[in-house]
Design a protein around this ligand. Sequence first.
Ligand code: FMN
Length: 143
Amino acid sequence: MIVIIIYNTATGNTRQIAKKMREILENHNHKCDLYRDKEIKDKVKVDPQYFDLYDLICLGSCTHGNRPAKSFNKFMSTIENYDLAGKSLVCFSSSLGPEGWKETCKEIREKFPDMNHIGNFGCVSKNYDSTIRNFEELVKKLN
Ligand SMILES: Cc1cc2nc3c(=O)[nH]c(=O)nc-3n(C[C@H](O)[C@H](O)[C@H](O)COP(=O)(O)O)c2cc1C
């Protein structure tokens, strides 16, 4: 599969998850691009076809106020009307409380109802070991 991971972070925890996800995808022979949202937002904004080549899109943000960070919500609003129907979606997040990342993933997922949502992955602060193990279980099932 060809995969893109896009994340937002304030203190680096969500970036750690994103990097581990890329490592796992590459270990399983998937091609994976990884960007912080602000690195690619200008390119994405002017190119509705930007995601055409990707089979799986992984979107992740730190949790601020039990939802994605404001700048990530802005990034998502740029792409929420792009034709992403049928592409697979993974949501991921990091939070301080045990429920925060789930709320963030839920909000990301709800922005893309036409996508094929295949999983939410999150953790409290830097405790991502089991999150990454769960992600690897999913990746093993991908073609
Ligand atoms: C402004 C702000 C708001 C936050 N709001 C929440 C929250 O509502 N719920 C929660 O569980 N954690 C909250 N946190 C904690 C972060 O989500 C948590 O530290 C996370 O691991 C940070 O990820 P990052 O290192 O990728 O920025 C907040 C942190 C900040 C700075």
